[in-house]
Design a protein around this ligand. Structure first.
Ligand code: PNS
Length: 161
């Protein structure tokens, strides 16, 4: 089976991520959205909450699976039988970090290739940090994130207000 893994923090998933999932999943038999459990970062949402939001968003995509991983991405990909890592590229500023990751991953596990999908232009400015910043200060995130995320952000920040 031709399987791809789309890894990230997804804290939370944005419409930019969703754009990559919708387009990427058409290229593979199975498309695994893999959330990194990172003990060194303090996320806004737990991995369980992030997984639940993504699950809701991709429920109609029959070849998309949501998973959580810890440690090295290439090890996870190898365990899942993935040959391809998919990453979205928004702007040239992403390029340096993304190629560094891709080269290091290939050095560790040459059988796995990284491919980049250019993010659709309407999401080229978008990332999870920007979304959290807007939501934290009561701004509107409609159109930037799926409705379930909009709701969860509102709930989360209303609690602190
Ligand atoms: O959405 P992000 O935070 O930009 O995603 C980064 C991610 C999760 C793809 C990257 O940090 C990762 O793969 N981490 C797992 C550890 C690893 O394999 N690192 C690469 C070698 S240094």
């Amino acid at each position: 089976m031709f399987i791809a893994v789309y890894p990230g923090s997804f804290d939370p998933i944005t419409n930019g991520h969703l754009d990559i999932i919708e387009r990427g999943r058409k290229l593979f038999e199975k498309f695994i959205v893999a959330i990194l459990r990172n003990p060194h970062k303090l996320p806004l949402f737990s991995v369980e909450e992030r997984a639940q939001m993504i699950q809701e968003v991709v429920q109609d995509f029959e070849n998309v699976e949501v998973a959580v991983f810890e440690g090295l991405l290439v090890k996870f990909a190898q365990e899942k039988g993935c040959k391809v890592i998919v990453r979205g590229l928004r702007a040239i500023s992403d390029y340096e970090y993304e190629t560094q990751l891709a080269v290091i991953n290939r050095k560790m596990f040459p059988e796995i290739e990284t491919i980049f999908l250019p993010t659709s232009t309407e999401y080229s400015y978008l990332n999870s940090t920007v979304v959290k910043e807007i939501a934290r200060f009561g701004g509107c995130v409609k159109g930037l994130v799926p409705p379930v995320v909009e709701r969860k952000l509102r709930e989360r920040f209303d609690t602190f207000r």
